[in-house]
Design a protein. Structure first.
Length: 388
């Protein structure tokens, strides 16, 4: 073996021993060593899944159906009136108005009632609802319904008619007959000859007059219901129905691979957190047209934290893709760690050389000196060989 080979091997052995000595020194003295601090799953925050929220159904089609029935009914009843029937109309209408406009809407109804020469029979106004019962002349009934419908959104509307022609004709005939009986009794009263006959006629006359009063009262009520239609109006504050959309968040890394167990922080009215499933996806519902800010965090196995943030608008059901600029799995050889590894090896080498210079070299010198001293003593006490 050549001299230079022996020198090279000696240098390598010395360097290896120095690095190993430095590593042992760091390990035994509580040093950091080569292993970096690993941030694992035990450091992940608590995962909470957003509750889906559900969307209230709309009732526009139902309202439109009711209005169509009203139009058909009003046309049929108009033809019925053209035949000069005595019809009593009863109507009801429910309106939805913006919040805080109940009293204003009631004032508009009162103005329409006055314009139609009607009057209010009852009224009840609360904080969020008002109920009115009004009497409207029959010739202004349908115009009144149309004008009131313009005050707010029509939630429901109905019209019903009752034909009172036969009842009114019958009552009028019965009253005429009762009047004829009353006239006959008055003639009998004039021809009565004694007190008993007078009392008997007066008793029958009283019964007939009582029947006439009852029938006339019924007739007045029927004629009033024909002349004035009854309309019940209910006014409610309109509920603001919020519309919601669903967003699908899909997290990908720089290789377009899905990234499961990613934490997505959603900033809207507050801060909420989602976590992606095994396919790198998470769903959540948002109020339509809401502006949202998303921050995605992923804790990689080598301790590095991947971060991405975007801003979007929840304008429809759609997929929002969040992409990291690095792979979700660390590379086998991390070039970014080479400077740190080289710096650690240099620290170990310097420490090892220092340990060797301070501890090993003096120890070897002492051993060498002891060996030289023992050898000299041995040579002195060693007996000399006799000459031959």
């Amino acid at each position: 073996m050549g001299r230079w080979k022996i020198i090279v091997i000696a240098i390598v052995v010395v360097l290896a021993l120095s690095i190993f000595s430095g590593y042992l020194f760091y390990t035994m003295s509580g040093g950091m060593g080569l292993s970096p601090s690993m941030t694992g799953l035990e450091h992940y925050p608590t995962v909470e899944v957003l509750a889906e929220r559900t969307v209230a159904p709309s009732g526009k089609e139902e309202i439109g159906k009711v209005e169509g029935e009203v139009i058909e009914a009003s046309q049929g009843l108009t033809v019925y009136i053209g035949r000069e029937r005595l019809v009593s109309y009863i109507g009801s209408i429910s309106l939805l108005v913006p919040s805080g406009r109940i009293e204003e809407s009631v004032d508009k109804v009162m103005s329409i009632v006055g314009a139609c020469n009607g009057y209010v029979s009852s009224m009840d106004i609360g904080g969020e609802v008002a109920r009115l019962t009004v009497k409207i002349p029959q010739d202004s009934f349908f115009r009144f319904i149309d004008e009131v419908s313009k005050i707010g959104k029509v939630a429901s509307r109905s019209i019903s008619g009752t034909d009172l022609t036969e009842k009114i004709i019958d009552l009028r005939a019965r009253i005429r007959n009762a009047r004829a009986v009353e006239a006959s009794l008055l003639e009998l009263l004039d021809r009565a000859r004694n007190v008993s006959e007078v009392l008997e006629v007066m008793r029958e006359l009283s019964k007939v007059r009582e029947e006439i009063e009852v029938m006339e009262a019924q007739l007045r009520n029927l004629e009033m219901s024909v002349s004035y239609s009854t309309v019940t109006i209910e006014i409610f504050e309109e509920e603001i129905r919020k519309e919601y959309v669903e967003l699908l968040f899909k997290v990908l890394d720089s290789r377009s691979m899905p990234v499961p167990h990613t934490y997505i922080y959603v900033k809207r009215s507050g801060v909420e957190m989602l976590v992606t499933d095994e396919f790198g996806e998470a769903r959540a519902s948002f109020e339509k047209d809401a502006n949202i800010t998303l921050i995605a965090l992923f804790y990689r196995s080598d301790g590095e934290v991947l971060k991405a943030s975007i801003m979007d608008t929840a304008d429809c059901n759609k997929t929002v893709t969040i992409r990291f600029d690095k792979p979700s799995e660390p590379p086998l050889i991390n070039l970014e760690k080479l400077p740190a590894i080289a710096s650690g090896l240099i620290n170990y080498l310097v420490t090892g050389l220092t340990v060797i210079a301070i501890l090993v070299v003096p120890l070897l010198f002492m051993v060498l000196m002891l060996f030289v001293a023992v050898r000299r003593i041995y040579l002195r006490v060693k007996p000399s060989k006799p000459a031959t």
